[in-house]
Design a protein around this ligand. Sequence first.
Ligand SMILES: C[S@@+](CC[C@H](N)C(=O)[O-])C[C@H]1O[C@@H](n2cnc3c(N)ncnc32)[C@H](O)[C@@H]1O
Length: 288
Amino acid sequence: MNYRHIYHAGNFADVLKHAVLARLIVYMAQKDKAFRVLDTHAGIGLYDLSSEEAQKTGEWVDGIGRILDTDIPAKAKAILEPYLTAVRDLNPDGGLTLYPGSPKLTRMLMRPQDRLSAMELHPDDYETLHRLFDGDFQSRITELDGWLALGAHLPPKEKRGIVLVDPPFEIAGEYERLADGLHKAYRRFSGGTFCLWYPLKQGTPIAEFHAALQALEIPKMLCAELSVRSDRDTTGLSGSGLIIVNPPFTLKGELDILLPFLKDRLKQDRHASARAFWLRGEEVPERD
Ligand SMILES: C[S@@+](CC[C@H](N)C(=O)[O-])C[C@H]1O[C@@H](n2cnc3c(N)ncnc32)[C@H](O)[C@@H]1O
């Protein structure tokens, strides 16, 4: 396990992932009933962008650095508000030093009745995350293989919730593992909202991955992808995608506003692109 998220925190992929995660949580919180967020690959929760590691790559500069405290068109601004408010709240003196990872962002948006279960397998990152949530009775941090949690921790006792699966993609076969993991998890918690993250770069088997997901016959599955540059440059990510199962009925419309804005603001060359589409299901408004 070599991957450390501190080198990537706040980059363009985090912006899309965390903006969407915030939308999912805000939507869940519209009903009084408690929900749980299961974060299977949680990272350290809070990132110091002034640290040597974050400064070394500077990826956040072309991510959250291009968004926070800038002019944003009104509709996109409203969609980004919960996410950007959390980032601002972590930096009360202005500027941008601290950035929330998924468990911290989740925790900031939860209400007293809601719960977080977060898994992190890297021993040092687990220690850091565990310390961050020390004494917080609403959060349970576990040093556990997140893939196992998809079986062992579902369904949550609240029977409502969001499952974020955000693996590091440092070993071969992660796309298959993600599709298999969703298959297993959905059978246990078919009413849950799932959010899966995956990288886009040259040679990634996206068509096969989408086909594997479609074969699962899960009725409602939305896909959001953002590429900030051509994938010809083989160093690092050129884009990332999210699969959202059982999305709020509002999400597709929000993505149709958010993605063009993010593409325009985060693009690194003229090959930037973005799309939101249903892998399965239709745009039929529904209530949970
Ligand atoms: C992409 S990062 C997570 C970022 C985080 N979800 C966020 O958005 O802030 C992936 C994390 O998964 C951890 N990890 C890798 N394999 C794991 C596994 N099998 N189970 C749980 N965590 C794992 C890595 O140590 C790393 O911290």
